[in-house]
Ligand binder design. Structure first.
Ligand SMILES: [Zn+2]
Length: 311
């Protein structure tokens, strides 16, 4: 163990995952803790984080705590709004710091994931990187000139909430047809349920126990990996929407590399290859710019945590 050990916490709507990380040893994870989030109660959710941090503090001499939270985090560490946890205008960093006695930083979970991939993962060696996390929704993190881009208030890179399909499905933010409704795990599940009605012969129906409504994103991925053409088509469709959105972001940011993380990357190239093709098709003047690699995140589920430890 080096003398630079820190604690990273991924505070999500379903679980609080804490890691004791050796930052001085390339972000090596020493100990992992995971507890369900009492999401309906802001105080209970905070106590859960504090308990996880204290348990990790007992395992090694940590210098600091970094928390990645799924929500809008101000530059002052105040969690303004979390769509899936009851935190509203909640001084999360201050509360944790006071309870555990270690310097504590709270940031948006996709921001810390981006910083993690930049420091230790698929963005290493680049100066300008875009991270797109594709899970239930879509999150983003931007590193530009070697620094995390936060915006004026800390809310930058909420890339999932750009409207790409007016009158499309209702989004958690209240709008219709946000990108995250068209190109996330939720979209994979929705298109899978639709496809299985027209194609009852698909492996999808069998894996869903014969119930079209039971088709989920992971079931589509599993069927596609078995070669089911209907499932492969669904992932290709979602991958295309993903790639079109990435092309727009490439036009804006001109990154060296685009790193795609989140649960949906389980599908691998079944999703990413259609995304690469679509991005190349619609990005401005592809023949006059270097191709931007679209690659999988290295750290998967650990990205947010291990980097939170290093903020
Ligand atoms: Zn939205």
């Amino acid at each position: 163990m080096s003398d630079r050990v820190a604690i990273g916490v991924d505070a999500g709507g379903t679980k609080v995952a804490g890691l004791l990380v050796d930052v001085g040893d390339g972000g090596r994870v020493l100990v992992r803790q995971e507890v369900a989030t009492p999401a309906a109660d802001a105080e209970a959710a905070t106590r859960t984080i504090v308990a996880v941090v204290r348990e990790l503090m007992a395992e090694g001499p940590a210098l600091a705590v970094g928390v990645g939270a799924a929500g809008m985090v101000g530059l002052d560490g105040v969690l303004r709004f979390a769509p899936n946890v009851a935190w509203r205008e909640f001084p999360l960093a201050e509360r944790i710091q006071r309870a555990v006695g270690l310097p504590t930083i709270v940031d948006n979970d996709a921001n810390v994931a981006a910083w993690g991939e930049f420091r230790f993962g698929a963005g290493m060696g680049s100066g300008d990187m875009l991270l797109v996390t594709v899970g239930t929704g879509i999150g983003g993190g931007v590193v530009t000139g070697g620094r995390l881009f936060r915006g004026a208030h800390g809310f930058a890179a909420e890339i999932g909430h750009v409207i790409v399909e007016p009158n499309g499905p209702r989004c958690g933010c209240g709008n219709l047809g946000c990108w995250e409704q068209m190109a996330s795990g939720r979209a994979v599940g929705r298109l899978g349920r639709k496809a299985v009605v027209d194609h009852p012969e698909s492996l999808l129906l069998e894996l869903a126990g014969g119930n079209p409504n039971a088709v989920t994103g992971p079931i589509v991925t599993a069927a596609a990996k078995e070669g089911d053409p209907v499932a492969v088509h669904v992932l290709a469709e979602v991958g295309r929407r993903l790639g079109e959105g990435i092309a727009g972001l490439v036009n804006i940011l001109d990154p060296e590399v685009v790193v795609v993380g989140g649960g949906v990357i389980e599908a691998g190239d079944l999703l990413l290859e259609p995304a690469r093709l679509a991005c190349h098709d619609v990005v401005e003047a592809p023949e006059h710019r270097p191709a931007v690699p679209i690659v999988s995140a290295y750290m998967g589920q650990d990205a947010g945590d291990s980097v939170a430890a290093n903020l």
